[in-house]
Design a protein around this ligand. Structure first.
Ligand code: CU
Ligand code: ZN
Length: 239
């Protein structure tokens, strides 16, 4: 009796998996091509369909049917932990949407209340603190500007604003800071500054290079969270 119940349960799970599969196949073809996955990875899409084709006929299902393979990693993610020589610190989490835009969630503590320039700088080199992270990331050789400007550095993310407790929280959605490719944030540094970024409009001699945002209080290098695993089908975790 128990064996029958187990077989029924396994059957139900597999039917669920089959119903769920088609929407997961709406992935870009490149993410499912054999070349995008090393042979060692066990849950490649073709393997999934073969496994289901073989095991689906009801009579053949045993109680030891494999776990359903329906969870797909869909969003690229990266993270940066900001530290400095002061008590300013923070965390930046990044998620790249399907349409290519990146959502940046920032939380920084220990700031003076008010606006502080926030940028992606070119290098992930922090051997000399935040100073060795180089200038604003600027692959298109533009002048400094606001995030919404046509003419801006790719790394120009504007200001984050600290409250009376010195905490700044912001969500920025931007199309110039992808998580993959030659302009990826991975390996570059996020920097939070002492002063407000004038967004290129302050008339100071530094306005068109740095926004005259003053010293670098804290910085952190973007590192990948799941960047390489997007598009993979993985076993659903047990409830
Ligand atoms: Cu900066
Ligand atoms: Zn800039």
């Amino acid at each position: 009796m128990q064996a029958i119940l187990a077989a029924v349960a396994a059957h139900g799970v597999l039917v669920t998996a089959l119903h769920a599969l088609p929407q997961h196949y709406a992935l870009p073809p490149s993410t499912l091509s054999p070349s995008s996955s090393s042979p060692a990875r066990p849950f490649h899409a073709t393997h999934v369909s073969e496994a289901l084709a073989v095991s689906f006929p009801g009579a053949a299902i045993s109680a030891t049917a494999p776990k359903p393979l329906t969870a797909v990693v869909a969003t690229r993610k990266a993270v940066a932990v900001l530290k400095g020589s002061t008590r300013v610190e923070g965390v930046v989490t990044l998620a790249q949407e399907k349409d290519g835009r990146t959502t940046v969630n920032v939380r920084v503590i220990g700031l003076t209340p008010g606006p502080h320039g926030f940028h992606l700088h070119e290098y992930g080199d922090t051997t000399k603190g935040c100073m060795s992270t180089g200038p604003h990331f600027n692959p298109n050789k533009k002048t400094h500007g606001a995030p919404g400007d046509k003419i801006r550095h790719a790394g120009d993310l504007g200001n984050i604003i600290a409250n009376a407790d010195g905490v700044a929280e912001a969500t920025i959605v931007d199309s110039q800071i992808p998580l993959t490719g030659p302009n990826a944030v991975v390996g570059r540094a996020f920097v939070v500054h002492e002063l407000e970024d004038d967004l290129g409009k302050g008339g100071h001699e530094l306005s068109l290079t740095t926004g005259n945002a003053g010293g670098r209080l804290a910085c952190g290098v973007g590192v990948e969270a799941n960047v390489r695993n997007v598009g993979q089908i993985v076993p659903e975790e047990a409830p």
